[in-house]
Design a protein around this ligand. Structure first.
Ligand code: BGC
Length: 322
């Protein structure tokens, strides 16, 4: 008799691991301005009930650790990350924790490299006993002075520091600059079967980031739409290239962020989200949507409800769990 498994057990497994169809819990432990916000069990429950099987937890460790060697992590902040991981594990979700918004490292890699590795050594030791469903992502969106060659130099000793206590845990490494998919060819990864490459996909920025004041350069004007045939083809072409790189190099790829700001019209956002997600699934790439809640969110904090059109575009087959 066929057994009806919970949905998360039915997703395909690639390279011996579950393929992640996840969501970011951004603007929590990664805040740039103001105190960080703990990840509530309600937020994790919302991701679980929506039908995602993984969460990416952006963490701004660098704002919560000593400046001097041995760069001790702030115990109270680290406990918030522990609690977030506990509730993610309780739900049976996969998790990715990263190093988010280390802006000083980007501005001055030489001054901060030792601290960056020191932070990872502590994080890796702290979570060494956690299950293999938790992955470490070394650095979100390397930028400024952290160009491809500087990043390639730094990622090797960081990877080695993590490997000391975590011989087989998945380590996720992004491209410089800015997790750009076009920069995959410049990424020099360690030879390690448990390393995954990661990129972000926000193309075209003129559509996904219209009205966003944090983007480098002038604010992109409102009013850009998306949905013409050539718009679809461009996304398909971009993601086919990512997939081709993955096959050629034998390295799994996670699209760790993709999403659109709520200043763009919802109908076009839904079309964009559905097409990007559909292509990622067709190509069997792992993905995490940016973001669970807020202005990019699949969840609307003003109503406390899911934006159902975006949720359907992301997980058409799922239906919310009870
Ligand atoms: C940043 C967010 C931003 C998002 C989309 C993320 O990497 O941390 O602050 O909203 O990208 O631009």
């Amino acid at each position: 008799m066929p057994v009806s498994l919970p949905l998360r057990h039915r997703w395909p497994v690639t390279s011996g691991r579950l393929r992640r169809r996840g969501v970011n819990l951004g603007n929590t432990l990664d805040t740039l301005a103001g105190p960080s916000r703990p990840v509530s069990t309600a937020l994790v429950a919302a991701a679980y009930r929506a039908g995602f099987n993984a969460v990416r937890l952006p963490v701004r460790w660098s704002a919560h650790a000593d400046r001097q060697f041995p760069f001790a992590l702030d115990a109270r902040f680290a406990a918030l990350v522990d609690e977030a991981l506990d509730s993610v594990e309780d739900r049976g979700l996969h998790a990715i924790i990263n190093m988010h918004h280390y802006t000083e490292l980007m501005a001055d890699p030489d001054v901060h490299a030792e601290r960056f590795i020191g932070l990872w050594r502590q994080i890796a030791t702290r979570y060494a006993a956690r299950p293999g469903s938790i992955a470490f992502e070394l650095l979100n969106e390397p930028n400024q002075a952290m160009d491809a060659s500087r990043w390639n130099q730094l990622l090797q000793p960081t990877w080695a520091a993590v490997r000391d206590a975590n011989p087989t845990r998945e380590i996720i490494i992004g491209t410089a600059p800015m997790n750009d998919p076009a920069a995959l060819e410049q990424l020099a990864l360690p030879r390690d079967p448990d390393v995954t490459a990661t990129v972000h996909y926000y193309e075209p920025m003129s559509f996904t980031h219209q009205g966003a004041d944090w983007v480098h350069g002038p604010v992109l004007p409102l009013g850009a739409s998306w949905g013409a045939r050539e718009d679809h083809l461009k996304v398909t072409d971009d993601l086919n290239r990512v997939h081709a790189w993955s096959l050629t190099h034998g390295v799994k790829v996670l699209v760790g962020e993709f999403g659109s700001y709520d200043r763009a019209p919802l109908q076009a956002r839904t079309a964009w989200t559905g097409h990007v997600r559909g292509e990622l699934d067709r190509l069997q790439l792992d993905w995490c949507y940016w973001n669970l809640t807020g202005d990019f969110g699949v969840h609307d904090p003003r109503t406390g409800r899911m934006r159902t059109s975006l949720l359907r575009a992301l997980l058409p087959e799922s239906g919310a769990r009870a």
